[in-house]
Design a protein. Structure first.
Length: 293
C-alpha cells in the first residue's frame, strides 16, 4: 500500500491536500493506495479565460494551488489513470488490455515527463502527466464511457498545466508540450462531436463536460471550445481548408447560440464568450476573404 512521507509538524497548518481514509484497489494490477484529495477552501478564484479555464489567485497561507492537478486518479504501480467516476468502473474485458499496456504506458509517461512518482504528493509535473496517462488509458475504454470526449478534455487540461510549467521553467520546452496537447485537444473535441452526431459515443453519458472543475458548461461548451480551438490552434498550412473550417465553425456557433438571452442551458459567461468568439471568427473569415481578392 502506497503512503506519502509525512510532512514536518510545522507545515501541518499549510497542507492543501490529504489522503483518502479508505484505500483504493487498482482494478488493473490490484495494488491498493490512498488517493490524494484537495482540502476545501484552499483556492481563491480568479479570471475565466476564453478557453473556460478558471485561473486562481495565490493565497498567502497556501501559495499557488491548482485543483486540476488532483482530478485524475493514477495507480502508483501500473500508472493506469482515469477520472474518479471511471477508475473503478471499468468492464472486465478492458482490464486485460490495460494490464498488457502497462509497460508501454509507463515508458511513454517517463519519456515525456522525467522523474515521475505517483507515490508521493503531486506537483504540476505529476498533474500534467496524469492527464497524458488518462489519454493513454482511455484508449482501451468502451464507447459507453465516451472515451474520446474524456481524452479531449484531458488533452486540454494537460495543455493548461503545461503552460503553467512553461511559466516556471521556460527553458524546458513545456511550451512545445502545451502546443502538442492543444493540437490533440482540438482534434479530439472535433472527433467527439462527430461520434456524438453519428451515434458512436453519447456525450450525454458524461456527467461532467467541464472543461475545468469549477463549472460544467455541457454540450454547448464543447461546441464552443471546438470552434475556439479551430481558430486558435487549427492547422494553417492550407489556406482554403482553414477558411472552410472557420466558416463552418462560425455557422455552428451562430446556429447553436445565436444572439439569445442568457438561460440555464446557456450560462451567462458562456454566452458572453460565444459573442466574442463569433466576432473573432467573422473578422478572421473576412480577412481571409479579403486576402483572396
Amino acid at each position: 500500500m502506497v503512503r506519502y512521507a509525512p510532512k514536518p509538524e510545522s507545515d501541518k497548518e499549510k497542507k492543501v491536500t490529504f489522503l483518502s481514509k479508505d484505500p483504493i484497489k487498482c482494478p488493473v494490477c490490484g495494488v491498493a493506495f490512498h488517493r490524494e484529495e484537495l482540502f476545501l477552501g484552499r483556492v481563491n478564484a480568479g479570471e475565466l479565460t476564453d478557453e473556460l479555464h478558471r485561473t486562481y489567485i495565490p493565497m498567502q497561507a497556501y501559495g499557488e494551488v491548482h485543483p486540476l492537478v488532483y482530478e485524475v486518479t493514477v495507480c502508483p504501480s501500473c500508472w493506469y489513470a482515469a477520472y474518479k467516476t471511471d477508475f473503478l468502473g471499468i468492464q472486465p474485458k478492458v482490464v486485460i488490455p490495460l494490464f498488457e499496456a502497462t509497460a508501454a504506458r509507463v515508458e511513454a509517461g517517463q519519456r515525456l515527463f522525467s522523474g515521475l512518482d505517483f507515490g508521493t504528493a503531486r506537483g504540476l509535473v505529476e498533474g500534467t502527466a496524469s492527464y497524458y496517462l488518462a489519454m493513454l488509458s482511455y484508449d482501451h475504454f468502451t464507447k459507453e464511457h465516451a472515451p474520446t470526449m474524456k481524452q479531449g478534455m484531458s488533452a486540454l487540461r494537460a495543455a493548461w498545466l503545461a503552460g503553467e510549467l512553461h511559466a516556471r521553467k521556460p527553458r524546458e520546452n513545456y511550451d512545445y508540450v502545451a502546443k502538442v496537447f492543444y493540437s490533440k485537444a482540438r482534434f479530439l473535441y472535433k472527433l467527439a462531436i462527430e461520434h456524438e452526431q453519428k451515434g458512436k459515443e453519447q456525450l450525454a453519458t458524461v456527467k461532467w463536460l467541464g472543461p475545468d472543475t469549477d463549472k460544467n458548461y455541457g454540450y454547448e461548451g464543447v461546441l464552443y471550445l471546438e470552434a475556439l480551438m479551430e481558430l486558435k490552434y487549427g492547422p494553417q498550412d492550407d489556406d482554403a481548408k482553414r477558411h472552410e473550417r472557420l466558416v463552418e465553425s462560425k455557422r455552428t456557433i451562430a446556429k447553436m447560440f445565436g444572439l439569445g438571452k442568457k438561460s440555464k442551458t446557456k450560462p451567462g459567461p458562456l454566452v458572453d464568450k460565444v459573442r466574442d468568439l463569433y466576432d473573432r471568427l467573422k473578422t478572421e473569415v473576412k480577412i481571409e476573404d479579403d486576402d483572396d481578392e
